[in-house]
Design a binder for this molecule. Sequence first.
Ligand SMILES: NC(=O)c1ccc[n+]([C@@H]2O[C@H](COP(=O)([O-])OP(=O)(O)OC[C@H]3O[C@@H](n4cnc5c(N)ncnc54)[C@H](OP(=O)(O)O)[C@@H]3O)[C@@H](O)[C@H]2O)c1
Length: 290
Amino acid sequence: MTRGIALVTGAGRGVGRATAERLARGGYVVVAGVRDVARAHDEYGEAPGVHLVRLDVTCPDDVVSAVGVATDLAGGAAIDVLVNNAGFAMMGAQENGDLQVAREMFETNVWGAAAMVQAVAPGMREARRGTIVAVSSIGARLSNPLVGFYHASKYALSAMSEALSVEMGPFGVRVVMIEPGMIDTDFPRATRLTGNVTDPGSPYAPLFADLRAGFAAWRESPDGSTAESCAEAIWDAIHADSPPIRLVVGNDAAVLHAALRESADDADFQRRQQSFLGLHWAPAPPAARD
Ligand SMILES: NC(=O)c1ccc[n+]([C@@H]2O[C@H](COP(=O)([O-])OP(=O)(O)OC[C@H]3O[C@@H](n4cnc5c(N)ncnc54)[C@H](OP(=O)(O)O)[C@@H]3O)[C@@H](O)[C@H]2O)c1
């Protein structure tokens, strides 16, 4: 007797893999979407209940075939859980960050997630049940410098998920956004550095150095999350009687979220956020005009 069929995107490593394994341990039959099936076979080893399928969420054929595998495992019925987790980040000053990379990032983080929803939503709506989890970020509520394009993709995912929860709620389909702070995964290594941020002569070099140090210190603090703790939060959200639409995950995210609520105004919040990250990046005085 299984709990149902779950489909997880970006399950090759990090949060996606931990979630696939957690759901399988909890009794789901899990379709784990990965981009490199051979590598995933090696890394997962014996993983009862996990079916590895090739799934690049930007590839429409992969989306159709992964959902097809999940639907077959459900005996032709609707799947029970979609975890839209696949994603990556880029860094770059908006002045010259690579817009082509930003478009590719949106293809994965936003349009890939939307394609997955479109592939499973009709079945869930007709079955009048199902849960769609969007792995968003506390960065869908605040925006750090040099990472604005990434935050924009998470804000977009949240906007879509919030609307989706209203569209599909009356059909018994639940939508939950998971909003972690820092998670100790390979995410930084996969982050694409664009524009001139790594150039020591860049006007943004001091900001980049501060930001990297701030992120590194944040990653080492015990307040962040692990892939496993995120997977546990996802499990809890799927099984809660009435989960919140947006679930802040991790002490760090809770601190930032509380600061957001307490802030009297946006400028005050920006000051708190810069101090959280240890940034020393003050606005220059206005240039004199003739
Ligand atoms: N780490 C953090 O601090 C943090 C914080 C908040 C939110 N998040 C979010 O959490 C999610 C998981 O990130 P993570 O921390 O686990 O990072 P990660 O270890 O880098 O894992 C990201 C996964 O996404 C997959 N992926 C990337 N592009 C894809 C595409 N086009 N199609 C399918 N899969 C794709 C990667 O596949 P490959 O293995 O093939 O490269 C990888 O398995 C992301 O959505 C991220 O934005 C992360």
